[in-house]
Design a protein around this ligand. Structure first.
Ligand code: ADP
Ligand code: ZN
Length: 453
């Protein structure tokens, strides 16, 4: 216990050591007016480029009666029709291509259906690597660091995306990929790794595995910076990871259709993620009407690429819910900030007529004392009524304290869920390690309401 307390203190100390550094300061600190001009110029050229080189876009634009001169000002972006995942799927595999000079192909994870295929020119790989280099520098990584990439290498954009960006900085890369969790932890310790990136749920699994090996992550490892992304997660999970490893954890956002990771990332202020606005225009729309919503109002994020050659994508409906943040950031970067992603439009579940997102429940319960690292929401039917059950792991110390402690925690969780959702849920407390761990994106909801059981 005493050791752990010292660990937390170490963590606090380490947290303060991350300095606000820039990879491309001139671009990252462009004045808002310069950035707007750059975006407008690049929007015009991307539109013309797509019109001339992509059969898919030419057809789409013609259907909307747009010609190559239709986009003049930034405001004209609203004339451009949306692109969606369905367009990628209907034009599988490479129907959105605008160039034959491609040097790499990746695919999305396929979380919501068939994976989409994406392609990159040499310049695309350069732009992408710059974006990642900016993100990593922003999270305190320098050439002196050892950076472990605990993300899938291969078709998934995570591994190779971070790899090229990290090499650009000149940091030492440990490309351990996914899987073999014990080995990941040992590598981290033996190679004196100072930073890593992984999916958030897997970071917690790494900490758990380390503890199982007698390694206290915040004491016996030298991690000073972690970046997590690729799946929807909450600030409560971030806090847990920060406490486990005793260092700052940065939110990393991206999607294959844009490049992959490196689209938006947190600076040390951790007050929203900066979208690299020289490469992307971010808009937020009402997912139902498609109308643009005001700054600071939540809706679906829509992204337009400004530099992509192989596969430019205009007004892409990401399906991710967030808002554009107003005002400037104290870190000095002028690039647009978006808030933490609260969910994917597809994640919304309807239980007894109530619409809710798994992250609402996650935020309410994962910060509670004694709660373990994993949970799942199970939906079932009892007669005609929807039933909601929260399966949740509890830390060993809760079980050690006996029945009373287990009962108290169960009650606390039930009342938290009731207060955020208005729903009475059944709560199952489970021993740590009980729920399945995945190397890929975690599945938080098991919906068996339509199964005949
Ligand atoms: P798929 O859409 O099949 O999951 P990708 O592997 O391209 O394919 O993943 C991109 C998606 O992952 C994003 O659209 C978003 O839903 C999710 N995502 C990525 N980073 C984050 C993040 N930091 N927070 C929440 N969700 C994220
Ligand atoms: Zn900032």
């Amino acid at each position: 216990m005493q050791r752990k307390e010292i660990a937390y203190q170490c963590g606090e100390l380490r947290k303060t050591t991350i300095r606000n550094k820039f990879w491309q300061p001139k671009i990252e600190k462009l004045s808002p007016a310069q950035l707007r001009q750059l975006q407008e110029r690049r929007l015009r050229s991307t539109f013309v480029y797509a019109y001339k080189n992509s059969r898919f876009y030419r057809k789409l634009f013609k259907e909307e009666k747009l010609d190559s001169g239709s986009i003049r000002t930034a405001k004209d972006i609203e004339k451009i029709p949306f692109t969606s995942k369905t367009h990628f799927r209907d034009n599988y595999p490479l129907g959105l291509l605008a160039s034959n000079s491609i040097i790499r192909i990746h695919a999305s994870s396929g979380t919501t259906g068939d994976p989409t295929i994406v392609a990159y020119s040499r310049n695309d790989i350069e732009s992408w690597s710059d974006c990642i280099a900016r993100c990593l520098t922003m999270s305190g990584i320098t050439r002196q660091d050892r950076f472990q990439i605990i993300l899938g290498y291969g078709l998934f954009t995570g591994g190779l995306g971070f790899h090229y960006g990290a090499e650009k900085i000149g940091t030492t890369v440990v490309p351990s990929g996914t899987g073999n969790t014990k080995r990941q932890v040992k590598l981290m310790r033996d190679l004196h790794v100072t930073a890593f990136t992984s999916i958030p749920s897997y970071s917690l699994y790494l900490a758990e595995t380390a503890e199982g090996l007698g390694i206290e992550p915040s004491v016996d490892l030298e991690i000073k910076s972690i970046s997590c992304g690729a799946e929807v997660w909450s600030q409560s999970i971030r806090k847990r990871i920060e406490n486990k490893f005793g260092c700052q954890v940065f939110n990393s956002y991206g999607l294959s259709e844009m490049f992959g990771p490196g689209v938006a990332f947190e600076c040390i202020k951790q007050d929203g993620m900066h979208v690299w606005s020289d490469h992307f225009i971010a808009e937020v729309i009402d997912p139902k009407t498609g109308e643009t919503v005001d700054v600071e109002e939540e809706g679906e994020l829509v992204l337009t690429t400004l530099t992509k050659e192989a596969m430019p994508v205009l007004r892409y409906r990401t399906g991710d819910l967030t808002k554009l943040l107003d005002g400037s950031c104290d870190c000095g970067r002028t690039h647009q900030r978006i808030s933490w992603i609260t969910g994917r439009c597809d994640d919304m579940i309807k239980v007894r007529g109530v619409n809710l997102f798994p992250t609402q429940i996650e935020s309410a319960i994962m910060g509670l004392e004694g709660v373990g690292s994993n949970y799942q929401i199970v939906l079932s039917k009892k007669g005609v009524l929807d039933e909601i059950t929260v399966d949740l792991e509890a830390e060993e110390r809760v079980w050690n304290k006996g029945d009373r402690a287990v009962k108290d925690l169960t009650e606390k969780i039930r009342s938290e869920v009731l207060s955020v959702t208005g729903l009475k849920a059944a709560v199952n407390l489970l021993p740590e390690g009980f729920l399945p761990r995945t190397e890929g994106k975690v599945k938080r909801v098991r919906d068996s309401r339509n199964l005949d059981v």
